[in-house]
Ligand binder design. Structure first.
Ligand code: GLU
Length: 501
């Protein structure tokens, strides 16, 4: 089934800039983006920074950065502007004050003067009586005289929205029909006593003014939806927005280890960590897409690895699975490896440059020598890596000079014991015996080492080459040995074997 919307799609991503961007956020952004792109619609990127005590500029910068790194481009929003800006809520305070006033004037909201203690007392009493414990509506219909009396006491009111007394039913794009009983959605605060507007007001106001048609967001926000729909109905009466209510779709929870909800604080939540470890944005996005969605099978064949363009083409919201999705770091990494193998050698080389630069192995910009060494080395690791940083680890030995070359101590203990050193000595002699006039090439190197260690010493390949590998590459995990020795060159190979001996 297709879910063709009847008017042009306007979807949005509207995070609050607190802390580090996390995986759940990126999944929400991706699904909203893919939905907008699939329907040829507009994607809005707004920042919900109305809580000055928690929001910060650094977090804002990271969000913008990470969206750009992921390649989820936006048509309207922060940094790019658009017809309904500004797109940072902290710059829209007068708009919220105006909307709150209009709601008050129309009798759709009211000032409530209850103190925190009074509220708590009544809440406890309601609970004890087995009644719903939300706001009991006591200040809903105060007379002007009662209000004046509270004001004379010096009380600062909050503004509460007057929830119409009815049940709330809506068709969730992911979950189907959902009903909240009237008793579960009480009058709620939209403006604090200090005048600060809350998410409950700012988010629907902006959705209305920005013409948002589809709201895709996490399941944790499901219980706020009836209140938002009620506000939309109120907006239609006071002329905020064009009078239509967006459709809502709530994306499934993402579960982490131990089947607990993945929390922002779990280390595998931190999006920047993925960038730092050398995930490709397309690899990470591919995996995030699988957290609740899958590409339709073609002729019975399922496909886990796909491009963003494949996702956009196929993204039907009706395929989103409402059941919790499990975040599996191993699978995420494996999918990234698949995307690395889909790159050409030249593309991989280009993607690797920043990782080699941050490891201090390559200059900025790379020299001609560094570039040609990297070009020669990439084919050695292309098939064996899942993360860009693994290439840095495997190829480091080629990019450091002798002073900075280190051998992994555990590998040295295992491979370069007395027996191993004997093997290394034989290897040094065999390689030293290759005439200067002969080409220093993989076949020559392989021939010399096999003749000496396998035929001469009668060793099994693993025992023959392990010590040589550790001595010249510094690790038991390296690219293929003979090719590595060729790239390292005669002089440096000899220096490393001599140093090990
Ligand atoms: N700023 C809200 C959040 O960070 C967005 C809520 C929504 O998508 O409606 O969760």
């Amino acid at each position: 089934m297709t879910d063709a919307p009847t008017k042009p799609v306007v979807a949005r991503f509207c995070p609050s800039p607190t802390g580090n961007p996390h995986v759940g956020m990126a999944r929400t952004a991706l699904f909203s983006w893919a939905f907008a792109r699939h329907h040829g619609g507009t994607f809005v990127f707004r920042i919900e920074d109305t809580d000055a005590s928690r929001d910060n500029q650094e977090s804002y910068d990271l969000l913008v950065d990470v969206m750009r790194w992921l390649g989820l481009d936006w048509d309207q929003g922060v940094e790019v502007g658009g017809p309904d800006g500004p797109y940072r809520q902290s710059e829209r305070m007068d708009i919220y004050a105006d909307v709150a006033q209009k709601l008050l004037d129309a009798g759709l909201a009211y000032k409530a003067y209850d103190s925190a203690e009074e509220l708590e007392e009544r809440r406890d009493a309601a609970r004890a009586a087995g009644l719903p414990s939300g706001y009991d509506g006591l200040h809903r219909d105060l007379t002007p005289e009662q209000q004046a009396a509270y004001e004379a006491e010096g009380r600062q009111p909050v503004i509460r929205f007057k929830m119409p007394l009815k049940d709330w039913t809506f068709d969730d794009l992911v979950r189907g029909e959902i009903t909240f009983g009237s008793e579960n959605v009480q009058d709620f605060v939209i403006v604090r006593a200090n005048g600060q507007p809350l998410y409950t007001l700012t988010n629907p106001t902006d959705d209305a003014l920005m013409g948002i048609t589809h709201v895709l967001r996490g399941e944790d926000l499901l219980s706020s939806t009836p209140r938002q729909i009620a506000l939309y109905e109120a907006f239609a009466q006071i002329g905020v927005g064009d009078g239509t209510t967006p459709q809502f779709g709530h994306l499934p929870y993402v579960m982490g280890a131990g089947n607990k909800k993945l929390s922002k604080r779990d280390p595998e939540s931190n999006l920047l960590g993925y960038r730092d470890q050398g995930f490709l944005p397309e690899g990470l996005l591919n995996y995030l897409a699988l957290l609740g969605w899958s590409l339709p099978a073609v002729e019975g064949v399922e496909r886990d690895v796909f491009s963003l363009a494949d996702m956009v083409e196929a993204f039907e919201i009706s395929r989103v699975n409402p059941n919790p999705a499990r975040f599996d770091l191993q699978k995420c990494t494996a999918i990234n490896g698949d995307h690395i193998r889909l790159l050409s050698g030249a593309e991989l080389q280009e993607r690797l440059v920043p990782s080699f630069q941050s490891a201090g192995l390559v200059s900025d910009p790379p020299t001609a020598d560094e570039t040609s060494l990297l070009a020669a080395a990439v084919p050695l690791v292309h098939e064996r890596m899942a993360l860009l940083n693994e290439a840095v680890d495997m190829l480091r030995f080629l990019f450091v000079d002798e002073a900075d070359f280190v051998i992994d101590e555990a590998d040295r203990a295992k491979q370069l014991d007395d027996k191993g050193l004997e093997v290394a000595r034989a290897a040094r002699e065999a390689l030293g015996a290759i005439p200067e006039t002969a080409e220093w090439s993989t076949p020559t190197i392989e021939g010399a080492l096999r003749a000496s260690l396998i035929d001469g010493l009668g060793l099994k390949p693993r025992l023959a080459f392990g010590p040589v590998r550790v001595a010249v590459t510094g690790s038991r995990i390296s690219p293929p040995l003979f090719e590595s020795i060729e790239l390292l060159g005669r002089r440096r190979t000899f220096a490393r074997l001599d140093a090990a001996l």
